[in-house]
Design a protein around this ligand. Structure first.
Ligand SMILES: [Zn+2]
Length: 314
């Protein structure tokens, strides 16, 4: 996308773009779910983009932002679209400071916009990673921690309470998607349910050689381990280079762009890095398609200022 496109400067054009992206088959009423059965209200009495549902029992009015993370926002839609484009097209993310300067909104507004967009990046209906003939790598890392803290699984899982607050656990399907979790610890009883719920049992599972993965691995088509401790990084297909690559992008983003990620919001930052990774150019998704994907995801995830504030105080 060209950043001088009127979509990014004209709120009306931005609205039309959002409508076309969210409603390819005509307006969808968020109240009753009817498709292409609404009338756009014209005239000075209505702001542009208000529709009235024609369904007999409904007759409600709506716009393309009702029920989305953009709802009840005073920020012009063209700024939302630009923020969404910048966040989805920058490999390591965009800081709230940068967004504040680029969009001409306050820092606080930029910060809230980013968190709402991250909420929209979360998968609404996560399906299993992997499958027959596919490999899923699993690994964990401390986000924002020191290098020497990286290999958490080498420690007694019960002894990582102090650093456990910013531990990310990531599953990556080779040549596929990534899914990350903020975990309290890396014990088998924490990681097992996450792996079982998110990875197809028909997959080959690849982990480091920490003990907690052994019983979990028995449930999968195969389970291979990599021993990072003895510089044995690549042994044929037995490697964790894919998830390590994901962590390196995550860390460069967190350290270089965001500087500090509070534990209350870590899951949202992880959703952001997962989203870009799972919709990357190597999988055939270009910047514009990735942006469209985010705009299609803004529904059903309305995140109010109040709810973000509560998370910040938690
Ligand atoms: Zn309706």
């Amino acid at each position: 996308m060209n950043l001088t496109d009127p979509i990014f400067t004209d709120a009306n054009k931005a609205r039309k773009h959002l409508e076309a992206t969210r409603w390819p088959n005509g307006p969808i009423c968020p109240h009753c779910g009817s498709v292409d059965d609404a009338t756009q209200l014209k005239g000075k009495a209505h702001r542009p983009g208000v529709y009235q549902c024609n369904a007999k029992e409904c007759r409600e009015q709506f716009t393309a932002t009702v029920g989305t993370v953009f709802e009840r926002s005073k920020i012009a839609l063209n700024k939302w679209l630009l923020a969404a484009y910048l966040m989805t097209s920058s490999k390591k993310g965009v800081s709230a400071h940068q967004l504040h300067r680029t969009l001409g909104v306050t820092y606080k507004t930029a910060w809230f916009m980013e968190h709402r967009l991250r909420a929209a990046m979360a998968e609404a209906f996560p399906t299993a990673l992997g499958g027959e003939g596919k490999t899923v790598e699993a690994d964990e890392t401390v986000v924002g921690g020191k290098e020497k803290n990286k290999r958490l699984s080498k420690r007694n899982p019960k002894h990582i309470g102090a650093v456990g607050k910013s531990v990310a656990f990531t599953l990556v399907e080779r040549n596929g998607r990534a899914r990350s979790f903020h975990v309290a610890n890396v014990s088998g009883s924490t990681l097992g349910p996450i792996i079982f719920k998110n990875v197809s049992r028909k997959s080959a599972l690849m982990t480091d050689d920490a003990g907690q993965y052994r019983p979990i691995g028995q449930e999968f088509a195969s389970h291979e381990t990599v021993n990072h401790g003895i510089e044995e990084y690549v042994r044929g297909d037995a490697h964790s280079n894919t998830v390590e690559g994901f962590f390196s992008i995550l860390k460069r983003g967190v350290i270089g762009i965001y500087h500090h990620v509070s534990e209350a919001h870590l899951h949202r930052y992880l959703a952001e890095f997962d989203f870009r990774y799972s919709n990357r150019i190597a999988l055939g998704v270009n910047d514009e398609q990735r942006w469209d994907e985010l705009l299609r995801g803004i529904g059903g995830k309305r995140l109010t200022y109040r709810r973000i504030g509560q998370a910040a105080n938690a």
